[in-house]
Design a protein around this ligand. Structure first.
Ligand SMILES: [Zn+2]
Length: 75
């Protein structure tokens, strides 16, 4: 997974993503998924890392088509 340097609104418009807020199941801190991320086959948003560790981050992910080539353009 990589962080993508793109504006949040551009990313959301492109992939139909919505910023989500959800409390951490461990510490109760409100996690806001507003960091654009990309991983193989998916594009989405994640919350900022916090003290509980990355397994508690909140993710919003959408699958993309395999033939999507945007990956290279972003890099
Ligand atoms: Zn937490």
């Amino acid at each position: 997974m990589i962080l993508v340097e793109v504006s949040l609104s551009t990313w959301c418009d492109k992939y139909g993503l919505t910023v989500e807020q959800e409390p951490c199941v461990k510490c109760g801190k409100l996690l806001v998924a507003d960091v654009p991320v990309a991983l193989s086959g998916y594009r989405g948003l994640k919350s900022q890392s916090h003290d509980c560790g990355k397994e508690y981050d909140h993710f919003v992910l959408v699958p993309i088509k395999e033939e999507e080539t945007e990956w290279r353009k972003i890099k």
